[in-house]
Design a protein around this ligand. Sequence first.
Ligand code: SIN
Length: 307
Amino acid sequence: MMFRDSFKYYKSRNPAPDLSNVIDLENLDCIRVRNIKAHITGEEIEDNFGLKSVEKWKIYELLDIPGLIFIQNPFTPNGQRYWITRCLKDYSKEPYKLNIDAHNILNNETWWDICFQTSERAKTLLPKLRWATLGYHHNWDTKLYSENSKSDMPTELFGLTSILAKALGFSNFKAEAAIVNYYRMNSTLAGHTDHSEMNVTAPLFSISFGQTAIFLIGGPRQEDPTNAMFLRSGDVVIMSNSSRLRYHGVPKILPASKTPWDDNREESKKNSMYNCDDWCKARTYIAEARINMNVRQVLKPGQIVLY
Ligand code: SIN
């Protein structure tokens, strides 16, 4: 099926789609993959940025989509809670840009401060957060980045993607822009290609938390055949080399059958990487939501500024 038809098929509620052709990296029987060995060793990252030790990572390249690399949830449960809380509490406020900025509803308050109280305002505002841009802000109208519109990249997100990149042999990757997408259970993300970056040879990192997505990946053109795959909490997809400019989108969010963000809660309480009251709030959100952190390099190697 071409991208548009596939999107419509998986988005449909009635009739509900047959999911038996959706690529499931938890079940490798029917998929052609190449196993990839990480280029770094465990001691370099144990517990760093919420990652499991590198020996435990399962990394695959899909042979039918060259350059599309998949790391099956390399995060510890503590790490999942940490990143979910970061996205909801810290990346949803200044200096980052949010879709809700345009509506002038925040009046010097933050989305996080308002949304986890019991009020009518909280109920209406909570589902309105749809994206945040960090680093170079993606301009959705012009589809351009500019030196006049940027914030610092959060150091921990820079650090996380540097490690992931290094593990895959992309040792010069520099995270310079990110879009955090917030999905409710009925949200979708229309098909698109990511071609705004000056540097489209650097890989793109997509990190998912919370409920499960059906992720569609087509070819460079709308008409090309399209594959569907499940993305679960913690999964990392890397669009590199010839997969970097393929059409992709999210037609459906499904309830997750497992909730790794709830695992080992008691034992990690002592040295958790987040504040426990914050996690209680974030946990109610993620029960009905999905978050995707999409991280890019904008500049070419050696390039200092845009233009
Ligand atoms: C994107 O690639 O733009 C986001 C995809 C996702 O949410 O998985």
